[in-house]
Design a protein around this ligand. Structure first.
Ligand code: CA
Length: 231
């Protein structure tokens, strides 16, 4: 089942960028440029997640969020808020608006995608693809099993999450900070070297004999899973 994401954002280039990346990740995407338009679209079809910009013309993102939370039909739809750096992000930190999570502009796409998936994993796990496949590795979220060319790979829970997170953005270089944020969470008090330790364990579990290492170390940048992304 494909998860439906509604983007509510008046900046067209940003909305396009979000649409492109969410569609590439397998989501069905609709876009509204205003709060009013978003409400009309929601009346037609209930989205599984709303990516909502804080600053919108006329009805603001915050006001729209309040309206949605006040109505029984829309109350449970998860909302990821996009905010600008500054006062707003402090206020939203208190979750006074009822948003499920937020990202501060300018945000990195892997961070945004990780938050979208984390929210859906909690709210609508059946909407996420169960099996991720790349570089002869198969990861099944439902059964928590990983195989490489049919052989079972045994992973601890952290290595499983790490592999899952990397396989969600195949080919993309992820910094240690992005990996920490995506796997351990924004507030985890963990040293970046911890990432290297777990990458080491993951590699050891994935690679047997002369098999190719599916994880690339990118000096000074981080790690990537699978083939280099074509530019
Ligand atoms: Ca805006």
């Amino acid at each position: 089942m494909t998860a439906k994401v509604l983007i509510v954002e008046d900046e067209a280039p940003l909305a396009e960028l979000l649409r492109y990346n969410l569609e590439a990740a397998g989501f069905a995407v609709r876009h509204a440029g205003t709060g009013e338009e978003a409400e009309l679209m929601m009346a037609e079809e209930r989205p599984d997640l709303i990516v909502l910009d804080w600053m919108l013309p006329s009805v603001s993102g915050v006001e729209l969020c309040r309206r949605l939370r006040a109505r029984p039909v829309t109350r449970a739809i998860p909302i990821l808020m996009l905010t600008a750096r500054g006062e707003e992000s402090d206020r939203i930190r208190g979750l006074s608006t009822g948003a499920d999570d937020y990202v501060v502009k300018p945000f990195s796409l892997p961070e945004l995608m990780a938050r979208v998936r984390a929210i859906l994993r909690r709210a609508a796990p059946e909407r996420l693809a169960d099996v991720l496949r790349a570089a002869e590795i198969e990861l099944d979220r439902a059964s928590h099993r990983v195989t490489r060319a049919g052989r079972e790979v045994r992973l601890g829970p952290t290595e499983f999450r790490l592999l899952e997170f990397m396989m969600e953005s195949p080919g993309r270089v992820l910094s240690r900070e992005q990996l920490l944020d995506g796997v351990w969470g924004r507030d985890a008090e963990i040293d970046e070297r911890t990432v290297d330790v777990h990458i080491g364990r993951l590699r050891k579990a994935l690679v047997r004999g002369k098999e190719r290492d599916p994880i690339r170390t990118v000096r000074g940048a981080g790690y990537a899973f699978g083939e280099r992304r074509p530019a």
